[in-house]
Design a protein around this ligand. Structure first.
Ligand SMILES: Cc1cc2nc3c(=O)[nH]c(=O)nc-3n(C[C@H](O)[C@H](O)[C@H](O)COP(=O)(O)O)c2cc1C
Length: 369
């Protein structure tokens, strides 16, 4: 293959890459795709091809420049035409390999660069939460792309095999306080009396905050709190310090059975207090609820937006707990300040598939409050 043919080939590839970069760039703008990998790869490949093209035409350019810079000799001597000079097999192979290596390097740079523009966007957003909020805006194109990489639906219930399950007493009718009164009276109460929480009250709290309240609609089990797609990514754990008839320990609530499965035995309230940035109410509470999100349960359907939904859902559950505690005359306080890794370790989750998102300390309160 001679140099002229090679030059023609690289020119054609260059034109194709320019068109590709233009089209993918337009798609990215039209559908608001923040980081369109295809566009990035094509753009870097284009850059590499352009460099190669410059290398290929360099001898011709240099020859022309030399010719123009020596006017006296121009009349006698024709400019060199290296572009038309035939190439040996070896040189052709070398240039071919160079072409492939350049294209590969371009794609590799694109891959390497794919995460490096985050800081600029982060500066613009001012906060990681805002950045996530922006990124999780839905687009039709984005939805279509993401649906291609969809994951299978995980089970609706979490089982902790081999753990002792404690069936809770059936919930009672909490008609003792009108809803409007519970809402008006509710406060975050951090002072707990050193009294046991009756098992019945724990049962009522769990059922009315997180329980399975209805199987009516074609057998789909609905719970006490709303959930996007009724997928219920929120798992409820209770770190029990002082509940009548229940050994201290960390338990996992199983809504289908209205039962508690033991995760870890022992009074871990002080460990949890340290994990909650030394907030003393945790060591004084009869029980601390730990709400965790099992992300895949909603992610398989809602992709990037599922994290928003998981937190909103935990908030619904938390409000149920606040109002039930109020109606039962108990104290309750939501806790967002905690060391995630420590709380995750305590309830036995990895922080990736499932992570703690919200704590709520609950217990009997002093007579005067
Ligand atoms: C997401 C969230 C996180 C919170 N984190 C804490 C916390 O770590 N420590 C605390 O003492 N109170 C915490 N609170 C309780 C708020 O301080 C309380 O709701 C607020 O002061 C309003 O008071 P009220 O709940 O009595 O109406 C939290 C509340 C929410 C909703």
């Amino acid at each position: 293959m001679d140099r002229r043919r090679l030059l023609m080939m690289s020119s054609v590839l260059l034109v194709v890459a320019v068109i590709g970069a233009g089209v993918t760039g337009q798609i990215a703008v039209a559908f608001d795709i923040n980081r369109f990998a295809l566009h990035r790869y094509i753009a870097y490949t284009l850059l590499a091809l352009a460099l190669l093209h410059v290398v290929l035409v360099a001898p011709t350019l240099i020859g022309l420049l030399r010719h123009w810079s020596m006017p006296r000799r121009r009349a006698h001597k024709a400019p060199p035409a290296p572009a038309s000079a035939p190439l040996g097999r070896r040189s052709a192979l070398r240039i071919g390999l160079g072409l492939a290596a350049s294209a590969g390097a371009g794609a590799a740079i694109g891959f390497w660069r794919r995460g490096l523009d985050v800081p600029a966007e982060l500066n613009e957003a001012g906060d990681l939460g805002v950045l996530y909020h922006r990124w999780s805006r839905p687009t039709y194109a984005g939805g279509l792309l993401k649906s291609l990489g969809a994951i299978a639906q995980p089970p609706l219930y979490k089982e902790i095999p081999g753990r002792m399950a404690h069936t809770l007493p059936p919930p009672t009718d909490l008609a003792r306080m009108p809803l409007h009164q519970a809402i008006r009276q509710r406060r975050s109460r951090r002072d707990f009396a050193d009294r046991e929480l009756p098992m019945q009250q724990l049962s009522d709290l769990l059922f009315l905050a997180a329980g399975e309240t209805d199987h009516a609609d074609q057998g789909w089990p609905f719970r006490a709190f709303p959930s996007s797609g009724a997928l219920y990514p929120t798992e409820t754990y209770v770190a029990v310090r002082s509940v009548g008839g229940l050994e201290p320990g960390v338990y996992h609530y199983q809504p289908a059975r209205h039962a508690l499965a033991l995760v870890r035995a022992g009074d871990l309230s002080r460990v949890l207090m340290r994990a909650a940035v030394e907030q003393e109410m945790v060591a004084a509470a009869a029980a601390t609820f730990v709400l965790a999100s099992l992300f895949d349960r909603a992610r398989f359907k809602y992709q990037d937006r599922s994290y928003r939904y998981a937190l909103i859902e935990a908030g619904h559950l938390g409000q149920n707990l606040y109002l039930c505690a109020e109606a039962l005359g108990l104290g309750c306080c939501g806790i967002g300040a905690f060391f995630d890794d420590d709380v995750n370790a305590l309830i036995g989750v990895d922080g990736l598939q499932e992570a703690s998102v919200y704590l709520l300390a609950v217990g009997p309160r002093h007579a005067s409050t």
